[in-house]
Design a protein around this ligand. Structure first.
Ligand SMILES: O=c1ccn([C@@H]2O[C@H](COP(=O)(O)OP(=O)(O)O[C@H]3O[C@H](CO)[C@H](O)[C@H](O)[C@H]3O)[C@@H](O)[C@H]2O)c(=O)[nH]1
Length: 340
C-alpha cells in the first residue's frame, strides 16, 4: 500500500510528490512511523527540535532540526519538499507537567499546531494526521471507550489535544484541510528489529519502568494504587504496540487521500491489562522478579481506560499485529536490555 500524491503541480507539469512532513519524527511514535512510511515507499522528512527527540532515531529520511513555531522555516520546507501530507507528532506529553506549567503546553501543543496549519495553508498542503490521546476522554465510566464517548479532559495536556481537534474541524470547514485524528491509548513496545525504541527522560511509563526495575537499572517500581475497583486492585490500561500505531498512521494517510474525507479513530486493542498483569508479564519474559513498592494512587489516574476499536478496523482495515501484552513486553525487553 503506498500513497502518492500530486501536490499543486503547475498546469502540464507532472510531478509525483511522495514527501511527508513528520513533526516530532525523532520521537518515540514519530520515528517508528517514519520507518513504516519508508517501507511503504514514502519519504518522511523529520522536523524535530530535539527537546525530547533523539537524532539517532531518524534513520529513514532527511532530518531538519527546528520548531513548528518557526513559520519561515516551515515555508522553506514546504517550498522545497512540496509535502503530500503532514503527520504531526511534535508535542509535550507529560500530564503532570501540564498541570504545573499549562502555558508551556498550550504554547507548544496548541499555538504550535496553529503555526503548522497556517504553513500548510500557505504551502497548499491539505492533509494532516494528528496525534490525539485517550486523555481527551478524561475519566469515562464506559467499559469500552468509543469515539463518541464524551470528551471531558481533566488536565491541560488533554484539554490542549481536544482544542486542536476542534481547531482541525474548523480548518476543514473553512479551508478544506482534511484531518485524521488518531486517539492513542497506551503506546508501548519497540521496533521488532531493535533499531529504535522507547527512550524518555524522565521516564514515567509503566512498561519501561518495570523493565528497568527488573534489569536493576532503576529502583523498584512503585505501583500507583492497589485499591482500584478492578479484579486485582490495580489500574487497567489498553497497551498498544508502537509498530501497530505506526501502521495505523499510514492507513489513515491512505484513507485521507483515497476517500478525500477526514477520519477520527481510537487506536487501542479493545483489551485491558492491569498494572499487576504487566509486572507479571515482565517478570516472565525477564526470567526474574520485578522489585515493586506499593504506593498511593497517582492523582488523575482513572481505574480503567480501554478502547473500542471497531472504527479503526472498519474504516482503516487496521488489525493490531503485535499488541498482545507478551509481545509488547518482549519487544520492549529486547530494546531496553540492549540500551543498557
Ligand atoms: O511508575 C509507575 C508508572 C505507571 N503506573 C501505572 O501504570 C499505568 C500506566 O501508566 P503510564 O504512565 O505508563 O501511562 P498513562 O496511562 O498514565 O499515560 C498515557 O496516557 C496519558 C494521558 O492520560 C498520556 O497520553 C501518556 O503519554 C500516555 O502514556 C497507570 O495505571 C499508572 O498508574 C504505575 O503504577 N507506576
Amino acid at each position: 500500500m503506498t500513497v502518492s500524491a500530486r501536490n499543486q503541480a503547475p498546469e502540464g507539469e507532472k510531478i509525483v510528490v511522495e514527501n511527508v512532513l513528520v513533526t516530532g519524527g525523532a520521537g518515540y511514535i514519530g520515528s517508528h512511523t517514519c520507518k513504516e512510511l519508508a517501507s511503504n515507499g514514502l519519504v518522511p522528512v523529520s522536523l524535530d527540535n530535539l527537546v525530547y527527540g533523539h537524532r539517532e532515531f531518524v534513520q529513514w529520511g532527511p532530518f531538519v532540526q527546528g520548531d513548528i513555531a518557526d513559520g519561515r522555516l516551515l515555508d522553506a520546507l514546504f517550498a522545497e519538499h512540496r509535502f503530500a501530507a503532514v503527520i504531526h507528532f511534535a508535542a509535550f506529553a507529560y500530564v503532570g507537567e501540564s498541570v504545573q506549567d499549562p502555558g508551556k503546553y498550550y504554547r507548544n501543543n496548541v499555538a504550535g499546531t496553529i503555526s503548522l496549519l497556517e504553513a500548510m495553508r500557505r504551502g497548499g498542503c491539505s492533509d494532516i494526521i494528528f496525534s490525539s490521546t485517550c486523555a481527551t476522554y478524561g475519566m469515562p465510566d464506559a467499559d469500552l471507550i468509543g469515539e463518541e464517548t464524551r470528551q471531558e479532559p481533566i488536565n491541560p495536556y488533554g484539554r490542549g489535544k481536544l482544542m486542536v481537534e476542534t481547531i482541525l474541524r474548523d480548518y476543514q470547514a473553512a479551508y478544506g484541510i482534511r484531518h485524521g485524528i488518531l486517539r492513542y491509548f497506551n503506546a508501548a513496545g519497540a521496533d521488532p528489529d531493535g533499531a529504535i525504541g522507547e527512550r524518555h527522560d524522565p521516564e514515567t511509563h509503566l512498561v519501561p519502568l518495570a523493565i528497568r526495575a527488573a534489569l536493576g537499572q532503576a529502583g523498584p517500581l512503585t505501583i500507583f494504587g492497589s485499591d482500584y475497583p478492578t479484579p486485582d486492585g490495580t489500574a487497567i490500561r489498553d497497551y498498544i504496540h508502537v509498530t501497530d500505531l505506526a501502521d495505523a498512521h499510514v492507513r489513515a494517510l491512505t484513507h485521507l487521500r483515497r476517500e478525500r474525507a477526514s477520519v477520527v479513530c481510537n487506536l487501542g486493542t479493545g483489551r485491558g491489562s492491569s498494572v499487576q498483569e504487566v509486572i507479571e508479564t515482565v517478570a516472565a519474559i525477564a526470567g526474574r522478579e520485578v522489585p515493586v513498592l506499593r504506593g498511593a494512587r497517582r492523582p488523575g489516574d482513572p481505574p480503567r481506560l480501554v478502547s473500542a476499536n471497531g472504527r479503526a478496523r472498519e474504516v482503516l482495515g487496521w488489525v493490531p499485529q503485535r499488541s498482545a501484552i507478551a509481545t509488547i513486553v518482549a519487544d520492549a525487553w529486547n530494546w531496553h536490555s540492549r540500551e543498557g
